[in-house]
Structure formats: C-alpha cells, structure tokens
Design a protein around this ligand. Structure first.
Ligand code: NAP
Length: 490
C-alpha cells in the first residue's frame, strides 16, 4: 500500500555535491526519472559550497577534477579556485535542470529499511518523511567539520569558526587571530589571513610535507583549442591523469624510490623556503611523505616567515575568555579562533541514523571501522549505494574518477534489478568480508600505515578512507558487477 503521509520516490540521492549531481545526470540518462536529490544546504556544490574560505582551491588540476561527461574548456588556471569550481558545478546542475528534482535546506537524519514494503523510510530534521525504493548516498567523506573538545572553548568571548563554515561577515583586519591546525585547508587560508590580521598565532600539532605549487593560467589559445578541438582537451585530461597515476602513485608505496625522491624534494624546498634553522626544525615531519596528504603551496612557508605570524608547537592546554593558554603556560590573547582541524572523516553515513535489515544500526555495525563492498554496498543494508564511501579516497589522483566508476557500477546493478523484476538487492556478507580482507592486505604496502596522525585512520589505526591501489585497479574491479556477490529479492 502506498504511504500517503510521505513523499514517495523510486530513488532518493542524499547530497547535491559532485556525487549527487553526477549520479542524477547519469540516472536520468539511464531512464531512472523518478528521483529526488535532498540537500541540507541551500545550493549545489557540496564541499565547494561549504569550503569558501579565502584561498580555497583544488590540489588536483581542474581539467581532471571534473566530471568526464560535463567538461569545461574554459578553466582559467590549472588548479582552479573554489569560486570557479562552484560556478562550474552550478552550471552543470542548471544545464541538466537538476533544481526541479532537488529539495534544498532539508537534512535527512534517519533512514529505516522496511522489509515488508522493500523500501527505505527517511526522516528529515524537521520531521518530514519520504519513502524511497533506492537510496544513493552522496555524502562523501569530508562533510562534517571536526571541532576538537579543547577545555574552556565554551568560555571564549571572541569569535570562533571552522574553515568549512567561514564567517565572511567577520572582518579579520588588524585582529589577533589564532588558527588551530596546519593541514590541507590551513595551508590555503593561513597565507590569506596573515595578510589581513594584526597578529596570527598558528597552533601546529604535527608538521606536514609541503611541495611548491606551480599554477599557470591557461592562455586564450589553449582555451580556444580545448573548446574547438575536443581531442586536445581530452588529451590534456589524459596526460594529467597519467602523470598523477604514473609519477605520484608510486610515492605512496612504503620504502619506494619514488617516496625517497619525493621526501628529498620536499626537504630541499623547505630548506630553500625557510632559511631560519629554528623555524625550519619545527617544520620537518617525523614520518615519510604521503603518510598524510601531500600538501602543495608556494605561499605557506613565506607566510610563516611574516613578522606578524608566530608558529606555536608546544600544544594547547586550554582556552580562556580572552585567548589560549599553551601547554607551557603562556597566555596568548586573541579575539578570533579559526579551526583548521579537518573533518569527522571516519563516520561516513553515521551522521544519519541508518537502520538496515532487522533494525541493525550502521553505527553499531561500523564500531570497529566502516566497511563496504567496493566502497558502495553494505551487507544488511539492501538497496543502499554509497558514492565516495569507505576505502575509496585517493592520495594521488582525482576522486571524481572514482565517483564516476561508482555511479556506473550502481546503475548497472539497478538495471539488473529492473530487468529481473527484483524488489531488493543486497551484497552478501561473505563477499563483503573477503573484499575487505583483500583491501587491508593491499594496504600493508602503503605508506599511510606509517606512524602519523591522519584523517585516513580510525581510532584503532585502521585505514578506513583510502583505496589501496591505483585508479586502474579500481576501474577494473568496478567494470562489471559480479552479481553472484549479491542477493536479490522478488
Ligand atoms: P586535515 O588535513 O585533517 O588537518 C587537520 C589539522 O588539524 C591537522 O593539522 C591536525 O593535526 C589538526 N588538529 C586536529 N585536531 C586537533 C587538535 N585536537 N588539536 C590540535 N590540532 C588538531 O584537515 P583539512 O586541512 O581540513 O583537510 C582535510 C582534507 O580535505 C584534505 O586532506 C583534503 O583531502 C581535503 N582538502 C582538499 C583540498 C584540495 O585542494 N582538494 C583543500 C583542502 C582540503 P595533526 O596533523 O597532528 O592531526
């Protein structure tokens, strides 16, 4: 019986970022028209909507960091900035008229599998209900800001915000600012904040390896060629992909020559960029390059040398109403604290109370660490497909390549369900376990397991975010779903 109190859809996609936009376009092309995107914010763009901090840009060249079926010949520069990336994504969504199938400003907070009707019952934060036969998660891995529980934070009388929730209304001119964290986001916004602030205290827990970034603009002639000779654009994209795959990929193999050479290059750059021995000694990581994300910036080290910037490496004891007390007892007065402390990356779907077959909670199932089959399907959770799920993140190439494989794979499974007249489809537990044993075995060769703190690891040190192979390996595995690994109902 149809549920008359809820809105009913064949497919609900959660999130209107790259995954949501890409999957909606491809699903409609494949004939799945009864679908709805549900997005908690007010706009398309996902991470590029959320991360609007000054200096935000992508560390993968834009010609590769874009959906292959929605190219842009007009990228202004190799590593595009947030505004250009966001406006491209919005243009793609507009071109495909996705607004008409998207509900903005609505956060899904619960999802319960109803076995008797073979559907998902979704609940929103405001108490509305939806019913979907199929749920596709486009939540990704980097959508929940991490604000560390530092003692006294609630007593601070100034302004605090996270890099992914930038307070553009808070003018930093001449302010005394503290930035906590020195990861991929901080290295982009700190140089911009340093230009404005009167004084900047930068709290670093662990230094990262940094390489310089060369970012030339595209000439008018190249843009013309990319627009009028699609082969030239495709060749350029393929060349970037091959360079990342062939040259950067091997850096992540523990003890490899490529890893040694990259460490030397980063050390050489640090030595040239920071002549002061005292400052430099505090910027040398203790772990091999690649254990954390390799950062690329030509403005980070120069910013640290500015007279109004202090690098603080002694740690934080507590926050007080007018500043921060360091572990050595020093009281530093600030009126603004910016958290560059990353995201709650190992939770995946957990922000939503997902309950699968027999009411089993995904939070309980993932207590030892999130696991999925191909990063897409989870045993006990029928008709649920994740994009950019567990163990699909990359350190060396474009995540959009991975997301496109997942979209294609999911659509093949849906086609199969449709052709077989199946009401539900669920990966088998054994297939999922065998796959994950293989993933963790492959992981042993990778540098992420070295002794560093990174968002790729959960509390027990298991790598739950990264894919252990090349993008070709993943493409091969996703090429054709092995339907024998799935159970279907009728
Ligand atoms: P992140 O790389 O995880 O960095 C978080 C920083 O906060 C680290 O320096 C960490 O120190 C520090 N931190 C965390 N908890 C702390 C605490 N309790 N006390 C003191 N320091 C603390 O986060 P992110 O910079 O937001 O970047 C996350 C990911 O987003 C990146 O790796 C990347 O994949 C993506 N991103 C991409 C781009 C791009 O160009 N495509 C740009 C920005 C971000 P430890 O190192 O000691 O843990």
């Amino acid at each position: 019986m149809p549920d008359v109190t809820s809105k009913n859809y064949r497919i609900v996609i959660i999130g209107a970022g790259v995954s949501g936009i890409g999957s909606a376009i491809k699903l409609r092309k494949a004939g799945f028209n009864d679908l709805r995107i549900v997005e908690k914010s007010g706009s398309f763009g996902g991470t590029w909507h959320d991360n609007s901090y000054p200096g935000a840009s992508c560390d993968v060249p834009a010609h590769l960091y874009s959906l292959s079926f929605a190219p842009n010949p007009d990228w202004s520069i190799h590593y595009a900035g947030q505004a250009e990336l966001l406006s491209h994504l919005r243009a793609v969504a507009d071109e495909h008229e996705l607004s008409e199938i998207t509900t903005f400003g609505t956060e899904i907070v619960s999802a319960e599998w109803d076995q008797s009707s073979c559907c998902w019952r979704l609940g929103t934060k405001t108490g509305d209900k939806m019913v979907a036969d199929i749920v596709i998660s486009g939540l990704g891995q980097l959508n929940r800001p991490n604000i560390p529980a530092i003692e006294g934070l609630e007593t601070f009388e100034g302004t605090t915000f996270h890099s992914a929730r930038w307070r553009h209304d808070h003018d930093l001119t001449d302010r005394r600012v503290a930035v906590i964290g020195t990861g991929a986001s901080a290295i982009q916004f700190v140089p911009e904040v340093a230009k404005q602030a009167g004084h900047l205290d930068l709290y670093q827990r662990s230094p990262n390896w940094v390489l310089p970034r060369v970012n030339p603009p595209y000439s008018q002639a190249r843009k013309w060629a990319f627009r009028h000779l699609p082969g030239a654009r495709r060749l350029h994209r393929a060349a970037i992909w091959a360079r990342f795959e062939g040259l950067v990929g091997p850096v992540f193999n523990t003890g490899s020559v490529a890893n040694k050479k990259a460490t030397e290059a980063a050390m050489k750059y640090l030595t040239a960029a920071v002549p002061d021995d005292g400052l430099r000694s505090r910027l040398v990581p203790t772990f091999p390059i690649g254990c954390t994300r390799i950062l690329a910036s030509s403005s980070w080290y120069p910013a640290l040398r500015q007279p109004n910037v202090d690098l603080i490496t002694d740690g934080i004891e507590r926050i007080v109403p007018d500043g921060i007390i360091g572990s050595d007892g020093t009281h530093r007065r600030v009126d603004t604290i910016i958290f560059g402390t990353g995201f709650r990356t190992t939770e995946f779907l957990s922000p939503i109370d997902f309950r699968g077959r027999d009411g089993v909670s995904i939070r309980d199932q993932w207590q030892e660490g999130a696991e999925a089959y191909m990063g897409i399907a989870v045993a006990g959770f029928p008709n649920l497909f994740m994009l950019y799920g567990p163990n699909t993140n990359l350190g060396h190439n474009s995540i959009i390549f991975m997301i496109e494989q997942q979209i294609r794979y999911t659509i093949e499974l849906l086609d199969r369900m449709h052709a077989d007249g199946a009401t539900d489809l669920e990966v088998g537990r054994e297939a999922q376990d065998t796959y994950n044993q293989w993933v963790q075995k492959q992981m042993k060769k990778r540098v992420w397991l070295a002794d560093c703190s990174s968002w790729y690891k959960n509390d027990s040190g298991k790598i739950v975010n990264n894919w252990p192979g090349s993008t070709i390996d993943y493409w091969r595995k996703c090429r054709r779903p092995d339907i024998s690994d799935f159970d279907t109902g009728r």
